[in-house]
Design a protein around this ligand. Structure first.
Ligand SMILES: NC(=O)C1=CN([C@@H]2O[C@H](COP(=O)(O)OP(=O)(O)OC[C@H]3O[C@@H](n4cnc5c(N)ncnc54)[C@H](O)[C@@H]3O)[C@@H](O)[C@H]2O)C=CC1
Ligand SMILES: [Mg+2]
Length: 341
């Protein structure tokens, strides 16, 4: 067993090692983002995640799926067959770096024939949303980032001031309108998601577009000029007519569906039970007990309807930050109950 001081030493050494590799990684990516020559050079040795009209390529591995990272030389060989090797520079975006310290890129090959590409790369281009629940915790954020960045470039081909085409830098971290001297950077919309609670129950809601039986935490886009705290208070007032008393930050998540949002998750308490539902926004909202939520969290896939046609209550899957908030609240309630015993 480690003594106190050697434990601290080991922890510090480990921490330093982790930090220095993290710092190296961050500086490496910073250089590639800012320096076109360095990024062009790295494009020779990187790996590529392939997309077709924003759908990533997947290979079926029997019980799971993976999105293969293709090397530059393999990609070059195949693109040369289409007479399109220049796409590597024109269309690639930098999305991260591998454990081996090589850059990772994403490229959308939407201008080429989809079924031929699927044969060439032995996979299928599949909508990310359809397959998201089957991906690992590392794979989904990387593909979500890649898809969001590729979508942003596809949607920002022209300058909104001059109407002239914009040019991507090599890494794809920005686009420039050289006529107007304007630079555009990829954007995410800030969204708050809050699990409102009152005493020992919490509030979940559903919109009529949600799948049957699914309830989730309240959420809403930030209006321009608002702080996150103001958005939480306004959205809760707008959607269910309650006044937030206390707010506690929990975590955040990049959410690519349907567009790139930065989800900021928190717990909020209110001092009033009576809900006044805004039916223009929500189909239903109600208070849930600990027992109901424990049950709702147990579903690993969308539950079948009951014989009488009613849908069991379920909550978003683990990939959604709403799941994390609900899970956190359940753990806290259980801990409170244990303390009271
Ligand atoms: N990852 C997660 O756990 C969850 C993610 N979400 C995401 O949060 C986002 C916001 O959810 P809602 O409650 O529907 O928002 P909301 O309550 O603000 O209502 C949506 C409406 O806000 C307006 N709006 C204002 N700014 C907008 C913008 N930048 N982009 C799009 N619409 C804008 C539109 O009229 C839209 O119909 C959605 O994209 C949804 O997918 C929602 C719940 C769970
Ligand atoms: Mg909302």
């Amino acid at each position: 067993m480690l003594s106190g001081s050697s434990f601290i030493y080991t922890f510090r050494t480990l921490h330093t090692r982790l930090c220095s590799s993290y710092v190296k990684h961050a500086r490496f990516l910073f250089d590639l983002k800012e320096n076109d020559d360095a990024c062009r050079q790295e494009l020779q040795y990187g790996s590529f995640y392939l997309f077709h009209n924003l759908s990533p390529l997947f290979r079926n591995l029997g019980r799971s799926f993976c999105s293969p990272a293709v090397t530059t030389s393999d990609l070059k060989k195949i693109l040369a067959g289409y007479g399109k090797d220049e796409l590597i520079i024109e269309e690639s975006v930098l999305i991260g770096s591998s454990g081996l310290g090589r850059a990772e890129f994403a490229i959308d090959l939407g201008s080429l024939d989809k079924s031929n590409l699927e044969k060439d790369f032995s996979g299928k281009f599949t909508e990310l949303r359809k397959i998201a629940m089957q991906l690992t915790e590392n794979e989904l954020p990387l593909l979500a980032k890649a898809q969001s960045l590729l979508r942003w470039h596809a949607d920002h081909q022209y300058c909104s001031r001059t109407g002239k085409p914009t040019q991507k830098n090599v890494s794809g971290s920005k686009r420039t309108c050289h006529t107007g001297g304007l630079i555009y950077y990829p954007q995410m919309s800030p969204v708050v998601i809050m699990l409102v609670s009152y005493k020992n129950r919490c509030l979940l809601a559903r919109q009529n577009s949600y799948p049957a039986g699914m309830y989730t935490a309240l959420s809403g886009f930030c209006d321009i000029g608002e702080t996150l705290e103001e958005t939480v208070r306004r959205e809760v007032a707008e959607e269910v007519g309650l006044d937030v008393e206390f707010l506690r930050y929990s975590a955040s998540q990049h959410w690519p569906f349907p567009n790139s949002s930065l989800m900021v998750a928190c717990h909020a308490t209110v001092q009033q039970e009576e809900i006044s539902l805004n039916t223009a926004e929500l189909e239903s909202a109600r208070w849930f007990t600990l027992g109901e939520l424990e049950k709702a969290l147990q579903w690993k896939q969308i539950p079948e309807k009951e014989k009488d046609g009613t849908a069991p209550i379920w909550v978003p899957p683990k990939i959604a930050i709403a799941h994390h908030l609900i899970q956190e609240w359940v753990q806290e309630q259980k801990a409170n109950l244990q303390e009271d015993q």
